[in-house]
Ligand binder design. Structure first.
Ligand SMILES: C[S@@+](CC[C@H](N)C(=O)[O-])C[C@H]1O[C@@H](n2cnc3c(N)ncnc32)[C@H](O)[C@@H]1O
Length: 259
């Protein structure tokens, strides 16, 4: 492998971080990494690696840059309406409580949206909502549950007054809602998946992955669902091989495991 080539960099970077960049779409990733590298003052991958090895804050900043953790509460509100009015009643027809996973949860907006909705609707959980991400910094922010006024804009006002504490111009998710979520570092490309979920959300995560990685992931999500369980995906995503995976479309962006 040629020293200083892209392939060389991603193999060295994997030894350093355990993040496998071959699974991500190359043009997008290469662009992001090269622009970060230049702004850090490095001219090639070798000097950039030396820089991030010796500068922990820069390394953290770089990890945040490549994992792209933009999120929103109730992102695509109309899909959350479908979740509340169609999918949850369907799931609760033959279940007393639900086992739920938010995969690629970033800074917590998605699992907390679930927790608020579940609390409001008095939907019982069999366990805490599992919320996982590869980015430990994002998870640390998520666990604190502190958001700006801009971040809470899309939340129904009744939820804001009920589920947040307001202090010093910041909104913090109340402890009772934080306690409904279990945050955990987990790499979707490397770590084993738990099983028997009734609802899995994986939204705006696979968009960064190659087609091959994406297909493998959907297969693993299908295996992680209990029969009748539902996978909720992002608004620009689609599962082309749904039928082969034993999944049925119940509404756009919602797939139910039928066998
Ligand atoms: C754009 S955010 C999506 C957040 C949320 N699901 C939403 O839709 O608002 C993508 C998240 O995927 C995470 N991610 C990227 N690669 C991952 C991997 N291999 N395993 C787990 N999470 C990953 C990133 O760290 C980031 O927080």
């Amino acid at each position: 492998m040629v020293e200083n080539s892209w392939e060389w960099f991603i193999s060295k970077f994997e030894s350093l971080s355990r993040i496998d960049l071959t699974a991500y779409k190359r043009p997008q990733m290469e662009r992001r990494i090269n622009s970060f590298m230049r702004s850090a003052g490095a001219n090639d991958y070798k000097s950039f690696l030396d820089l991030i090895r010796n500068d922990a804050p820069l390394y953290q900043k770089f990890l945040e840059h490549i994992t792209i953790n933009v999120s929103e509460f109730f992102r695509n509100a109309n899909h959350w309406d479908i979740l509340q009015n169609q999918v949850l009643p369907l799931l609760l027809k033959d279940r007393k409580s639900l086992r739920v996973w938010s995969a690629g949860c970033s800074t917590g907006e998605e699992p907390y949206s679930l927790a608020m909705m579940f609390s409001d609707r008095r939907i019982p959980l069999s366990d805490k909502i599992l919320a996982t991400d590869i980015d430990q910094n994002a998870l640390n922010k998520a666990m604190q549950g502190i958001y700006t006024s801009k971040a809470v804009q899309g939340i129904p006002p009744a939820y804001i007054s009920r589920y947040f504490d307001y202090q010093d111009d910041k909104y913090q998710i109340k402890k009772e809602i934080r306690d409904m979520v279990h945050f955990k570092r987990h790499d979707l490309l490397r770590d084993p998946f738990a099983r028997n979920f009734d609802l899995i959300l994986c939204r705006n995560v696979v968009i960064y992955f190659t087609e091959e990685t994406k297909n493998k992931l959907y297969q693993r999500f299908a295996e992680a669902l209990a029969t009748g369980g539902v996978l909720f995906i992002g608004s620009t995503e689609q599962i082309f091989q749904a039928r082969e995976l034993g999944l049925k479309t119940i509404s756009t962006f919602f797939y139910q495991k039928i066998k």
